[in-house]
Design a binder for this molecule. Structure first.
Ligand code: NAD
Ligand code: GLY
Length: 374
């Protein structure tokens, strides 16, 4: 008996409008269960699927089947898993695989995994033969709502987070929500940090919705996930469409990240998840906004409560105030040694500005575990 082919689930599509670099973000459950040939995959004989040792056994075969009609040869490379491996040595494994398999400048790189795989694959795609086509297939919530969209690619340097990289847009993003079923709960919470971020900076109605649906999101309710991913991608696409290379408004997407990156680098990459550091960093940045007289204490309390309900830390580690300041001066937004923060100037709107060191230290004193010591 012949079985009818499974129909492609009707995905939601969000477009990111960047002229000739425009592309679609496909969002739906089960997208990798069927051929992706209706998604305008870039044509090429060779493809390289870049993934890691955790994601490969779960989804590499699915992806290879889904893109099988589009390429004659599909190679794979499995990177070691973890933020601690987001470095030159691991990046070089991608170049090794491209060269060893004779990949030419039309070879499509598929990034299958979370933000670490996505950021490194994108950087490899930006630089291999001065640029090859690139498709993001994000499998973490954080990557689906943020890192796979917008073309920021990077590796870490021991002295600073994401310090070496390039702006390089993918040609397509495929968010299969079904992949989130295997994600550890801690990673779901980490992804929720970037979802929550979009509320204070751009859309308080979305913030209200997250507050009302945080239980469904933590339980991975498909309807809640699809709305969270879609609305997050819409907001990010809107911001990136206005300012692709972060000359201005795009910086608001880094709400919580100045403090957060300092936590990640200060503790050693991988100790706290990126989303955990961002969650706590948002509490600090909101507190700074309040001390600058921009928002009410009640707003800070509301955000703190939501971050906590999402399962994220709300108090920073005791790195020492001077260490925090030193680490934050390595941030990409810093100008001539002056640290810049994304602050909320009214709920639903953010701006970038500096702040006196003593005010920042007072925020660290109140938001970090003690003893913070100088
Ligand atoms: P990650 O890539 O380390 O993935 C988290 C963990 O989940 C890893 O162990 C991974 O192997 C595992 N995993 C991935 N998919 C899985 C699945 N479906 N089932 C089970 N396990 C799975 O972390 P992340 O949170 O996805 O990304 C964080 C990175 O993204 C950071 O390096 C951060 O700097 C970067 N980032 C980049 C941007 C950007 O705009 N480019 C934005 C935000 C964050
Ligand atoms: N995650 C911040 C940005 O993409 O600009």
């Amino acid at each position: 008996m012949s079985t009818a082919p499974t129909p492609l689930p009707e995905p939601h599509q969000v477009s990111i409008n960047l002229g000739e670099r425009s592309y679609a973000i496909q969002i739906g459950a089960g997208l990798l269960d069927v051929a992706l040939d209706r998604c305008n995959l870039p044509p090429s004989s060779d493809a390289l699927v870049v993934t890691n040792t955790t994601v490969a056994p779960l989804y590499a075969q699915k992806l290879i089947q889904a893109i099988g009609k589009n390429h004659e040869r599909i190679h794979t490379v499995q990177l070691p898993d973890g933020e601690v491996h987001k470095n030159w040595e691991t990046l070089n494994l991608i170049f090794d695989a491209l060269l060893q398999n004779g990949c030419d400048r039309k070879t499509v790189i598929y990034a299958l995994g979370g933000g670490v795989v996505g950021d490194m694959s994108g950087f490899a795609a930006a630089s291999y033969m001065r640029g090859v086509p690139f498709v993001q297939v994000p499998t973490t919530l954080l990557a689906q709502v943020d890192s796979s969209v917008g073309g920021k690619t990077a590796i870490n340097h021991p002295l600073g987070k994401n310090m070496i990289g390039a702006f390089y847009q993918p040609q397509l993003v495929v968010c299969d929500l079904s992949t989130l079923s295997t994600l550890p709960a801690r990673e779901v919470s980490a992804g929720l940090a970037e979802v929550i971020k979009y509320g204070p900076i751009a859309d308080m109605a979305f913030f209200d919705w997250i507050e009302a649906n945080i239980g469904r999101l933590l339980a991975r309710d498909p309807g809640a996930l699809v709305h969270a991913v879609k609305r997050s991608c819409e907001i990010k696409a809107e911001v990136v469409g206005q300012d692709e290379r972060e000359g201005g408004v795009r910086a608001i997407l880094n709400f919580g990240h100045t403090f957060g990156h300092a936590i990640e680098a200060g503790l050693g990459f991988g100790q706290w998840l990126h989303g955990e550091a961002v969650g706590c960093g948002m509490v600090m940045a909101a507190t700074l906004s309040q001390r600058l007289g921009l928002v009410e204490e009640a707003f800070v309390a509301r955000l703190t409560r939501l971050v906590e309900r999402a399962g994220l830390p709300i108090r920073g580690p005791a790195l020492g105030a001077q260490r925090y300041l030193d680490l934050m001066r390595v941030d990409k937004k810093a100008e001539a040694g002056e640290i810049k923060f994304v602050v909320i100037d009214r709920p639903g709107h953010a701006v970038v500005r500096g702040a006196p060191d003593d005010l920042v230290v007072s925020v660290l004193d109140d938001c970090c575990d003690q003893p913070l010591s100088n």
